[in-house]
Design a protein around this ligand. Structure first.
Ligand SMILES: [Fe+2]
Ligand SMILES: [Fe+2]
Length: 447
């Protein structure tokens, strides 16, 4: 049998194995990473009848991938996949022009229910299907056969008359039946058209959403998590400019993209404290940045077991969780603006955070201790000052040093000419043990 030209594209970086058991009759291209997804979307030799995306994705992340799909595959129906809960509200799906959310596993049956088989049976062999497209300021061409799947279109669809005028043949939200599409193909209409403006609106919305994602109640915790890991890339760029070697990043992204699995294990997404934390963009950004720096420090400190990795990841991600229950000015770390009573509250946030975290499932003692001690310093200048310097746990030092570095990087954006590494040498190293300082130097201060 002749191979079908159209296939589906499934971009899913998690638990892909569940697809392996059931061979697909519908031809399908699987992308196991954001990168593979991007490559497939940009590959002009492939034709996709539909694109299925699991939004828990990094490098590029979900919103970037959606934007790539709208840009390079305009008019091809998009679907999102999810494990447990609908990842997006209906309103957000409409704005992003996503046809439907589908609960995994994705099966042949589901694909066939949503996409007419005509598209898979279609073989664009003859009659100039790749006919030259006229550049147009207002319209973007799409292959007519892309619509054979019979999925409702998010866009108004036009045809171009020989005079060069465009005539609308379908209103957004309506479906062009595969039969009608076939008729157009038989008549030798190789392209339909969308308004460029409509395409641009989608792309712009992807950008807007990526900036307001954390505080958006219509977006699932999983998407927020994986998208903020992508935003961690900005921090990595900053660090890279400090001269960090490229190879240090190799394992970091994998580590980061696994953290959402770890936090899921803790079963924390329903906890009120976690909700408050997730709704606070700065808090979230700080947590992710601290986690990235801490993860970088694990390698020179020879922290290699999965368990130890998880401890560092969870402790650095949740270290300040109770801080965000306090009044906003107590979250700034500026004690000069606090009353005595407020200062006590602020200085208690490591203990309060540890207590909060100890109520989550599967949190071990080291993680709890590390959070409780993340502001303790070996020069006795830390707080709450509950333990002698020699007893500060190693993970607490990693979280503490990472936290300080991230705060200095944040400040350096506001203070022109500030040298973050000099600042670390001058004011921070003093409070930490030699191996941890050496680890930091080996990563961030290579000659
Ligand atoms: Fe803190
Ligand atoms: Fe912090």
């Amino acid at each position: 049998m002749e191979k079908s030209t159209y296939s589906t594209l499934v971009i899913d970086s998690s638990e892909l194995a569940q697809y392996a058991g059931s061979p697909y009759r519908v031809p399908t291209v699987f992308a196991k990473t954001g990168e593979e997804g991007k490559a497939a979307l940009l590959d002009s030799n492939r034709k996709f009848a539909a694109i299925f995306i699991n939004p828990v994705l990094t490098k590029p992340g979900f919103l970037q991938t959606i934007a790539l799909a709208h840009k390079h595959r305009p008019g091809v129906p998009l679907f999102v996949l999810y494990d447990q809960k609908d990842p997006l509200s209906v309103q957000e799906m409409t704005r992003l022009a996503i046809a439907k959310a589908i609960k995994k596993p994705l099966t042949d049956e589901i694909i066939q229910k949503n996409i007419s088989e005509e598209v898979f049976n279609y073989h664009p062999n003859q009659e100039g299907i790749e006919a030259t497209q006229t550049e147009d300021a207002e319209f973007v061409p799409i292959a007519t056969a892309d619509l054979l799947g019979g999925v409702p279109s998010f866009f108004d669809i036009y045809v171009r008359l020989p005079s060069g005028r465009h005539v609308k043949i379908l209103d957004a939200r309506d479906t062009l039946s595969p039969q009608r599409t076939l008729t157009y193909l038989e008549k030798g209409v190789p392209h339909f058209y969308l308004k460029k403006e409509a395409q641009k609106r989608c792309l712009t919305y992807c950008t807007i959403l990526s900036h307001s994602l954390i505080s958006n109640p219509d977006i699932s915790y999983e998407i927020k998590y994986s998208e903020s890991l992508n935003q961690g890339e900005a921090l990595i760029d900053t660090i890279r400019k400090q001269g960090l070697q490229e190879e240090s990043f190799d394992s970091i992204f994998e580590f980061l993209s696994n953290i959402h699995i770890l936090t899921r294990k803790l079963n924390v997404s329903q906890e009120q404290a976690v909700q408050v934390f997730l709704a606070n963009a700065h808090a979230y950004d700080h947590a992710v940045s601290t986690t990235i720096v801490a993860a970088l420090l694990t390698s020179p400190l020879k922290i290699e077991s999965t368990r130890a990795f998880e401890t560092v990841g969870i402790a650095s991600f949740l270290h300040d969780i109770a801080l965000y229950q306090l009044l906003p000015h107590l979250q700034t770390h500026d004690e000069s603006k606090m009353t005595e009573e407020e200062k006590n509250q602020y200085r208690n946030h490591p203990i309060a955070s540890a207590e909060m975290v100890s109520q989550f499932q599967n949190v071990d003692t080291t993680t709890r201790q590390a959070i409780a001690q993340h502001h303790e310093r070996r020069n006795n200048k830390g707080f709450p000052g509950k333990i002698p310097p020699s007893e500060i746990n190693r993970v607490a030092e990693i979280v503490g040093l990472s936290d300080e570095f991230v705060r200095i990087l944040e400040n350096s954006k506001r203070v022109p000419g500030m040298n973050s590494l000099q600042e670390m040498e001058r004011n921070i190293f003093d409070g930490f043990s030699f191996p941890v300082i050496e680890a930091f130097r080996s990563i961030f201060m290579k000659p």
